[in-house]
Design a protein around this ligand. Structure first.
Ligand code: SF4
Length: 400
């Protein structure tokens, strides 16, 4: 793929940008200037998706060239018993309710062994907020995983879980994180952020941690050296200005962690599309592909201090995740192996994706597939021969 930025002087490109009314924002992008709240709002209000995607692709290629990452990972949801009842959630059950479960340490160990047999590099753990489990359940779980697979990278516990443990087990956030790190925690996912706007939180997840709580947990995690991710739940009752407010608060948090000299910081931003099956918000219509791509593109443009934007194929589908690699995303979510939370909300993600499928999706988009480890070190850069084999459905040694 030729560099998209090289087209920037082409007369047709200039005409398209000018006719979109976004030429001042385009100039800021070309000059590496930070976009303002008003710029972000204008991007969401503008219907020229091709121009917005073109600008996001300039930033994406500036940071990553043609490289597109994926990781072999597995999701683990040790319990879906939860004290809260967020309106958009299809996953939670009350204790004793049909469909409620809590895994034993043996079941967790078995899933780790299965993941290792599929070559996973990372395990991604999130749970419901179980009111009856002792805190030692979580530290034992981390130790069990490390005993089974000492080099497996553990990314676990959303900020909502950490804040809940602090209140429930009478500890500070620092104490909770320190104990989990001592037991094996190495990074945190970005879930639970939803939308920071109070107006929306009061309606869709009023029991959940406050914005200040979510932010404090990530600030502390960065201070303690953890890399973390961030998400935004979109496509429900939020407004454009609330999306931009969310992105700018994340950008400010990242600036703050870097200014304080923290060893940790945000690695990746993942937009999450609201799924409408089996939850109390289900009457809302789902947003379409146009909006999905625009959220990815605007996120890439606003979050100038985030290294990575990930397309979460679980919620936008594999084909759109592939297209998003030209709209600002530089990564597609990994193999996953087994997915519970979104499949209970109506997606067809239960079985995950194979390495071969991911390589084909990325290479068919004209990008260079790179398998990464949890810290974005390159494990394997797929050669043209690997890609030809992948297209022929030949099982490569590393494929699951
Ligand atoms: S989103 Fe999380 S906190 Fe809310 S009900 Fe579901 S599992 Fe519980």
């Amino acid at each position: 793929m030729s560099s998209i930025a090289a087209l920037s002087n082409h007369t047709l490109v200039k005409q398209l940008v000018k006719s979109s009314g976004l030429d001042d924002i385009y100039q800021k992008v070309m000059d590496h200037e930070r976009l303002s709240f008003e710029d972000g709002l204008r991007l969401f209000e503008n219907k020229e998706l091709a121009v917005i995607g073109y600008m996001a692709n300039i930033v994406r290629e500036r940071l990553h060239g043609n490289r597109s990452y994926f990781v072999r990972n597995r999701q683990l949801n040790p319990t879906n018993v939860c004290e809260y009842s967020c309106m958009f959630c299809s996953f939670y059950r009350r204790e004793g309710e049909d469909g409620g479960y809590t895994m034993t340490m043996d079941e967790i160990a078995q899933r780790v062994r299965n993941g290792i047999s599929h070559g996973i590099q990372e395990i991604h753990i999130t749970s419901g907020l179980h009111p009856q489990l002792p805190f030692s359940y979580y530290t034992d779980m981390l130790k069990t995983i490390k005993t089974e697979a000492p080099t497996l990278h553990i990314k676990g516990f959303t900020a909502v879980e950490i804040e809940y443990y602090a209140g429930h087990y009478k500890m500070t956030i620092r104490e909770v994180l320190t104990k989990l790190i001592e037991a094996g925690l190495e990074a945190m996912p970005g879930g639970g952020a939803e939308i920071f706007a109070d107006r929306v939180r009061r309606k869709i997840c009023d029991q959940k941690s406050t914005v200040d709580g979510w932010i404090k947990v990530h600030e502390m995690a960065h201070e303690l050296g953890l890399m973390t991710n961030a998400t935004m739940l979109y496509g429900h009752i939020e407004r454009y200005d609330e999306r931009i407010d969310h992105l700018i608060r994340l950008r400010n948090l990242q600036d703050g962690s870097k200014a304080r000299g923290c060893k940790g910081s945000f690695n990746t931003f993942i937009p999450l599309k609201y799924q409408h099956e089996n939850n109390r918000l289900k009457k809302l219509p789902q947003v379409g592909a146009f909006e999905d791509l625009k959220v990815i593109a605007v996120s890439r443009l606003m979050l100038d201090n985030f290294p990575n934007i990930k397309a979460y194929w679980v919620v936008i589908g594999k084909n759109l995740a592939q297209v998003s690699l030209s709209y600002g995303a530089n990564e597609i979510e990994g193999t996953i192996l087994e997915e519970t939370i979104m499949s209970m909300a109506g997606t067809d993600s239960k079985q995950g994706m194979t390495t071969g499928e991911l390589v084909k999706l990325i290479s068919d988009a004209g990008r260079q597939p790179i398998e990464r480890d949890a810290l974005y070190n390159v494990i394997r850069e797929f050669s043209p021969e690997d890609i030809i084999n992948s297209n022929r459905q030949v099982i490569l040694p590393v494929m699951n």
